[in-house]
Design a protein around this ligand. Structure first.
Ligand code: ATP
Length: 347
């Protein structure tokens, strides 16, 4: 078996935060007597990622995605469990590890605000001790790939959001990292720029055989780049497997589309009913009721054809994000047969 790019087990991270109620009295009181609370940002995460994979990390706000990327890149130390990335313990932040990975955050900038990006690139060359010739070659290649041209000579503060993000990517990739952690790299960008960044990430993964972990709230990013997704919910891994099979696992309902013989027929007794295209009707029912409802619809003789479809992946994700971890408790093995726990435990 080839060594994994990432291997984590029982990985967890908690934070101790001061608790206080609203109001002035509480603000003063907290100076005298501090109440503390433990926040479990991430718990018992088990994950194995193979070299060259692109894995999407999905989760609602506050689910623990950034905490996971920070643990893997060594910005945070774990409170529990163990993790190896490219054979290194990330928390030790060894130069040998830092030279092989990059963390890019859509809401944080590493380039010097008042300087042209090209100067920050020089700084990175010195920090990472990149040989001059290789540095020039990589920089020019990346600048061309991202159509940045002379923009590298403009102060970073004068660049647009999308131009700045592309510049951040160049700055982060000059040392040719094999491991890329991308936290919301397309945040706030327009659709065309999102697509440009996606194409670039796919290209970088392909040409450099880089392993990529990506978080994004844009499903288009995930669908375009990631066959495999890890869904983090309330700090735990709820699902680790093929994106295409997420719906099988978590879709709470199915849509049954029928062509009625009588266009005025009332099917609302079966479930939420809406008109679909070409005179068809769509009835939304709980997944468990599909066999019973289809049997009754066909036996009634009022429909000429019938198809059952799963909801769009966005709907499935929304269902997961808005549910309590307990609601999503499922039994049995993970569908993709990966190591991560397939059950969501009660908090
Ligand atoms: N330094 C910290 N101190 C206290 N709590 C923290 C800290 N960092 C993260 N948390 C908490 O840990 C939980 C997970 O946060 P995290 O930033 O990992 O979520 P996320 O999934 O990346 O969310 P988002 O999509 O909003 O960026 C949240 O409840 C957050 O408030």
């Amino acid at each position: 078996m080839t060594p994994a790019a990432i291997e984590a087990s029982g990985l967890g991270r908690s934070f101790t935060v001061a608790e206080r109620d609203a109001g002035l009295r509480s603000a003063v009181g907290v100076l005298v007597r501090r109440r503390k609370q433990q926040v479990h940002a991430l718990q018992d995460v088990g994950i194995r990622v193979e070299p060259g994979e692109i894995v999407g990390i999905l989760g609602a706000n506050g689910a623990g995605k950034t905490t996971l990327l920070k643990l893997l890149s060594g910005l945070l130390h774990p409170s529990a469990g163990s993790v190896r990335v490219l054979g290194h313990d990330p928390a030790r932040r060894e130069p040998a590890y830092l030279r092989r990975m990059a963390l890019v955050m859509g809401n944080r900038y590493q380039l010097q605000w008042d300087l042209p990006a090209v100067d920050s690139f020089e700084l990175n060359r010195a920090i990472y001790r990149i040989p001059r010739e290789r540095f020039r070659q990589t920089r020019d290649e990346l600048v061309e790939l991202l159509d940045l041209g002379d923009l590298v000579r403009k102060p970073v503060r004068n660049l647009s959001l999308g131009e700045r993000m592309k510049m951040e990517l160049v700055g982060s990739l000059l040392h040719r990292p094999e491991m890329l952690f991308l936290d919301e790299p397309t945040l706030g960008l327009d659709v065309a720029m999102q697509r440009r960044i996606r194409t670039f990430v796919a290209e970088y993964n392909r040409t450099r055989s880089a392993t990529v972990l990506l978080t994004s709230h844009y499903m288009a990013d995930i669908e375009a780049l990631c066959q495999r997704v890890v869904v983090v919910h309330c700090g735990r891994v709820l699902y680790d497997g093929d994106l295409s099979r997420l719906g099988e696992r978590f879709a709470a309902h199915r849509d049954i589309e029928v062509t009625p013989t009588d266009p005025g027929v009332d099917l609302s007794g079966f479930g939420e009913c809406r008109p679909a295209s070409a005179g068809r009707l769509r009835v939304r029912v709980e997944a468990a009721r599909v066999p019973e409802v289809t049997t009754r619809l066909l036996a009634g003789g009022g429909v000429t054809d019938l198809t059952v479809t799963r909801p769009a992946i966005e709907d499935v994700i929304e269902h997961i994000f808005t549910s309590d971890a307990v609601d999503l408790r499922v039994d049995g093995a993970d569908p993709a047969g990966r190591g991560a726990p397939a059950t969501a435990a009660a908090p």
